[in-house]
Design a binder for this molecule. Structure first.
Ligand code: COA
Ligand code: AMP
Length: 630
């Protein structure tokens, strides 16, 4: 059956489509129905089913006699080590950590924050929570203590699981000082922390609060899997929105498993025993879905890679990993390929490795530029599949479903809508626009299984952010168009979210940080085009009247402030001091126009601008950084 037929089957009877997909999951009590519209427009899936994610991702493979198959390969060029865990070993470690958490009072529905680098224990921690029905929230290691504190206060965890350090190529990053600072700053205090001591850094434990991971789990009784309802939150993952406060995307248990399992064959064409590698981080949604849950649900071997595409030690690392571990499908962000291409434009290093195991390369997280796609096609000689999705959806809205039918690749497009998603391009008034016309991309409700049913403790924000603008639709926040063949093209965000090296960041959050500097009266942050990272943040500062301090000192302080408050991941390195910001007559900062001037693309004078002369000043300031038209 080809894609068109599968999509039509879903359209004809979504209930039957997802009930059939649900058969791939083990249920303690099978759901009697797929969709639950009782709380519409917040839809839920598999409400009366009872199941457990850890059972489905781990135990059932052991029960089926595949305990000796590799579940995880940890390949860590930054520590020059490799570790392999079978499904049986993963089950043992997970059950014992779950037992330890249970013994310390963690039960179903309690939140647990996980602050860990790319090591197998990060997956063990996630699965241990799932095993006992605790709701995990993984925080990316590149965030500063303040961001961790914000998440602690929002999801009020009973426990925090952390490692003693992360390892970046240039430095070792002790996590414990960040953790301690975050707990000190947060109003909510976790009851206890469990710290995994890595050989590189031995963290000092706080007596009475912190426990050593190894000691605690060594003696812990293994915990059995606790069945939970289909709608029980599996995890909360914070992502950037328009304001400084991150949004806690909630992932429901049943739909998550059903959808992810379906994607492993339909989109990635992988099954039991295949090696799947998502070169991302467990702190992002790609890491949740495709480093941890989906490959394990499908009985694959997942690669946990602790390194960078370049510099660990060279631009051939990805190809080495593919050869060494027989990787069948690689999933990465275009920015990683751009980094490799920049170091190895002719693909010379690719030739050093045997890549015959690789069947396809998948790209997501940001727009995949044609140059990068063509470079990968030329050198890897496999289909290069762009696909589009978001933290909110947890799996691809649009893709080329390689396990159903390899559709023709159109460079610049993440291909077509997946079953479950009725994608529409709308004008400002919410009317569908014809093919080829740019508009806001929206998905007709209900969203499919696995997507967010809401935001943690923020129902009003959920409605306002996603449902209010186009009633009956989910607003993706992306703009683009559909062509005559139904292929989607994602062109830009419609909000103030920017994408730096595949990382989703809020310019609003960065503006809040800059505004807190004592010399800054007003500010704006925009994302300017960057050849490596896609976008790069740039700040504009208007200083308080009478401020006579050295400008370079103020901008350096702002750069440091951003590092301290949001973290190195913000990659905020540049700020310009200007006298005024361009605004509309109603006072809205014209960020879009500033972006166009900075990128040297065509722009029109906004009709509502208050004072056009300000744009000349902005242009001059940008030229001082080599941006904009000369
Ligand atoms: N913990 C702590 N710090 C981290 C971190 C982590 N997990 N990840 C990144 N950082 C830090 C880096 O050390 C760097 O700090 P610096 O300013 O002191 O140098 C900063 O955050 C920016 O990091 P990064 O965006 O990784 O830039 P880079 O210049 O070090 O590397 C790339 C550039 C393109 C190689 C890198 O961005 C990359 O591999 N991108 C792929 C991203 C990806 O897979 N995203 C997942 C979305 S699907
Ligand atoms: P995140 O929630 O961090 O996964 O970021 C999601 C956002 O990244 C989307 O809303 C898009 O703006 C962007 N994005 C992700 N994948 C793609 C893609 N394949 N093409 C274009 N933009 C993408």
């Amino acid at each position: 059956m080809g894609y068109a037929q599968v999509y039509a089957d879903w359209q004809t009877d979504p209930e039957a489509f997802w009930m059939k997909a649900a058969e791939a999951i083990d249920w303690e009590r099978k759901p009697s129905a797929a969709l639950d519209a009782t709380r519409a427009p917040c839809y839920q899936w598999f409400t009366d089913g009872l199941t457990n994610t850890c059972w489905n991702a781990v135990d059932r493979h052991v029960a089926a006699g595949r305990g000796e198959q590799l579940a995880i390969i940890h390949d860590s060029p930054v520590t020059q080590s490799q570790t392999r865990l079978t499904y049986a070993e993963l089950q043992d470690r997970t059950a014992r950590l779950a037992g330890a958490l249970q013994a310390k009072g963690v039960t179903k529905g309690d939140r647990v924050i996980i602050y860990m680098p790319m090591i197998p224990e990060a997956l063990v921690a996630m699965l241990a929570c799932a095993r006992i029905g605790a709701i995990h929230s993984v925080v990316f290691g590149g965030f500063a203590a303040n961001e961790l504190a914000v998440r602690i206060d929002d999801c009020t965890p009973k426990a925090i699981l952390a490692a003693s350090c992360g390892i970046e190529p240039a430095r070792i990053l002790p996590y414990k000082p960040l953790l301690d600072a975050a707990i000190a700053q947060a109003s909510h205090k976790p009851e206890f922390c469990v710290i995994l001591q890595r050989p590189q850094v031995s963290a000092e434990l706080t007596l009475g609060r912190d426990h050593d991971w190894t000691t605690l789990t060594e003696t812990a009784p293994p915990a059995p899997c606790v069945p939970v309802e289909g709608t029980h939150p599996a995890y909360i993952l914070y992502t950037s929105g328009t304001t400084g406060a991150p949004k806690g995307v909630v992932r429901p248990t049943g739909g998550h498993m059903v959808a992810l399992h379906w994607t492993m064959r339909a989109i990635y064409n992988c099954g039991p025993g295949d090696v799947f590698w998502a070169a991302s981080d467990v702190g992002w949604v790609v890491g949740h879905s495709y480093i941890c849950y989906a490959p394990l649900l499908a009985g694959c071997t997942t690669v946990v890679f602790e390194g960078k595409p370049v510099g660990t030690p060279d631009a051939g690392t990805y190809w080495r990993v593919i050869e060494e571990h027989n990787v069948r499908a690689l999933f990465t962000a275009p920015t990683a390929l751009r980094a490799i291409k920049r170091e190895d434009p002719e693909g010379a290093l690719v030739q050093n490795y045997d890549l015959t195991s690789l069947k396809a390369l998948y790209l997501a997280g940001e727009r995949a530029d044609p140059d990068t796609i063509q470079w990968a096609q030329r050198h890897l000689n496999v289909p290069v599949i762009d696909h589009w999705w978001q933290t909110e959806t947890g799996w691809a809205i649009a893709a080329n479903p390689m396990g159903i039918e390899a559709l023709p690749v159109k460079i610049g497009s993440p291909s077509v809508a997946m079953p479950g998603y009725a994608v529409h391009v709308l004008d400002e008034a919410g009317h569908p626009v014809p093919p080829g016309t740019l508009g806001a991309i929206a998905v007709k409700l209900p969203l499919p299984p696995g997507t967010l049913p809401g935001l943690w403790n923020a129902e009003a924000r959920f409605n306002k952010s996603y449902l209010a603008h186009f009633p009956g639709y989910y607003e993706t926040g992306d703009a683009g168009y559909v062509d005559e063949d139904g292929y989607l093209y994602i062109m830009a965000r419609t909000d103030d979210v920017i994408n730096v090296a595949g990382h989703r960041l809020s310019t609003g959050a960065m503006e809040e940080v800059l505004a807190s500097h004592p010399d800054v009266a007003e500010c704006a942050v925009i994302g300017v085009a960057d050849a490596l990272k896609g976008q790069s943040p740039l700040g504009f500062l208007c200083l308080n009247r009478g401020c006579e301090r050295e400008i370079s000192a103020i901008t350096a302080e702002c750069v440091q402030l951003m590092r301290d408050r949001i973290g190195p991941v913000a990659d905020f390195k540049r700020a310009l001091v200007v006298n005024r910001l361009p605004k509309t007559r109603s006072g809205k900062i014209l960020r879009g126009t500033m972006v166009k001037i900075a990128d040297g693309t065509e722009w029109k004078m906004p009709a509502t601008i208050d004072d056009p002369a300000i744009l000349d000043e902005i242009g001059d300031a940008l030229r001082s950084l080599g941006l904009g038209k000369a």
